[in-house]
Design a protein around this ligand. Structure first.
Ligand SMILES: O=C(O)c1ccccc1NCC(=O)[C@H](O)[C@H](O)COP(=O)(O)O
Length: 234
């Protein structure tokens, strides 16, 4: 496994996901801005919940080139698979406590973005009284894309990128408090395989700010280009 600082991020391979899409209008906006994927949140705790009917409408309208990632948190396998099929999702993003069996089963049907918090990345939950069991389901690494996110998803809180430099898994995606103003610094620090954002791209919960969405995609692409140029030996 290469270290995060030496891994190569090709500008064309950085994936940009715009999460918390609740309307066809905003989905088309993100696609037009050059996003690779939109996130459709089905976790009931979210203030950005998308209606199943709207999610399906979005999936069918976006066509094959833009991913539709369903976001789930502590929801049963049956529910995830049912929503994914009904909404014509192209991938699922899984937050919360789930088993290896759960992830392995899902991975038979959909590409899985598995979300971890920094404490879990270190291999154990360091919170008071936390479970010390390693949290990366090692047998499933080959079928998962990891995403590192803040402990409270969708809260707009950035992670401490510097402290993650040594442990950030090559190719993992990064979320947590990203926006047009800081995504370049985050890419420069960790060279993620993808970036994902919601809070700092909105005018109100569940409603996108078009200028910020466009600026986010633009800044992310520009930073990936710079990072890949720096990765070439002189
Ligand atoms: O955004 C939410 O409301 C949400 C609620 C419950 C589970 C996941 C949720 N969002 C998932 C995402 O992928 C967000 O884009 C990610 O957490 C980053 O959010 P932000 O820090 O607000 O950019």
């Amino acid at each position: 496994m290469t270290s995060a600082s030496s891994s190569f991020t090709s500008p064309s391979s950085l994936r940009v996901k715009i999460c918390g899409t609740t309307s066809l209008h905003d989905a088309l906006l993100s696609a037009d801005a050059g996003a690779d994927a939109v996130g459709l949140i089905f976790a009931p705790v979210s203030k950005r919940l998308v209606q199943a009917k709207v999610a399906r409408e979005i999936s069918l309208a976006l066509g094959p080139a833009v991913g539709r990632v369903g976001v789930f948190m502590n929801q049963g396998l049956d529910e995830v698979l049912r929503m994914a099929e009904a909404s014509r999702l192209s991938a699922v993003q899984i937050h919360g406590e789930v088993s290896s069996l759960y992830l392995g089963t899902l991975a038979c049907y959909y590409p899985v973005l598995r979300v971890l918090r920094p404490a879990e990345l270190a291999g154990r939950d360091t919170s008071p009284g936390g479970d010390q069991t390693p949290k990366i389901e090692s047998g499933l690494r080959h079928v998962q894309t990891l995403m590192l996110d803040a402990p409270s998803p969708g809260s707009g809180q950035p992670l401490d990128w510097e402290s993650l430099r040594a442990s950030f898994p090559p190719g993992a995606w990064l979320a947590g408090g990203l926006g047009p103003d800081n995504v370049a610094r985050a890419i420069g620090a960790l060279r993620p395989g993808g970036v994902d954002a919601v809070s700092h791209l909105e005018s109100s919960p569940g409603v996108k700010n078009p200028d910020r969405v466009r600026a986010f995609v633009h800044e992310a692409r520009k930073a990936a280009l710079l990072a890949s140029a720096e990765s070439y030996p002189q």
